[in-house]
Write a protein that binds this ligand. Sequence first.
Ligand SMILES: [Zn+2]
Ligand SMILES: [Zn+2]
Length: 289
Amino acid sequence: MAEPRVATQRWKVGSATITSVVEDQIDLPPGLLFPEADEETVRRHPWLVPDWAGADGTISMRVQAFVVETDGVTVLVDPCVGNGKVRWLPVWNDLDLPFLERLADAGYVPADVELVVHTHVHADHVGWDTRRDGDAWVPTFTGARHLYTEAELEFARTSGMPGEDVYGDSIAPIVDAGLADIVAPDADLGHGLRLESTPGHTPGHTSLWIESGGERALITGDFMHHPFQFAEPQVAEIADSDADVARSTRTRMLRRMAESGALVLGTHFPNRPAGRVVANGDRWRFVPE
Ligand SMILES: [Zn+2]
Ligand SMILES: [Zn+2]
């Protein structure tokens, strides 16, 4: 498989820039993420090698945030797991990773962030919103409005894995600081930014469209987890809260992505997370940029 890349990757869409800031990337057997698939299913699609899968059928998954700079605003999308959080998943528990240093390498400090968009509120999408200060969790991006859909806040309050409190350590401090805004799942955010409702992985899941100078990009969030799902869109991801709704969202969005010609940025796609979606018979394929 390709060596994991943590150096800054940046794309242009019209006059907007989109930058990947990597928290971590791991190799794993596909069955851990997609219980209906295995190494053999992955090997059926050789175009996945080497950027997204190994020749042996293992896959990689990246946790990354995207910084969007457009029309005078700086937006952070899905700020990863965070450091020092108690998490049920061992690979996310009590992390000590240089995410903020990588953000700085990409040219940003937390005070630059004006808007934090969450495609959904799973633990790996809200973590850096807070950092530990003594015994308390305090906001990291103190000058930013943090956007949530009502359905996601409700989901965060009422679900979660044993022993962890994502709402308590990563969302409540934002609400308490008056930095949270509730938005509709299809909200127009101005500046050429628009949410689209993409439910199924979680009830209030959204994706972010970016439009600038006649060009378009889409940040997926978790309606897709890996380019493998372009080839096998019916395969559910282990955390999909409603696999049937997730499947119909994926099919609808695959057509949209291919027809629009948009630059697609996969939130968990490893190594080369941005590209175009092209039809491939009755399936799809991902062409990196
Ligand atoms: Zn998720
Ligand atoms: Zn995720």
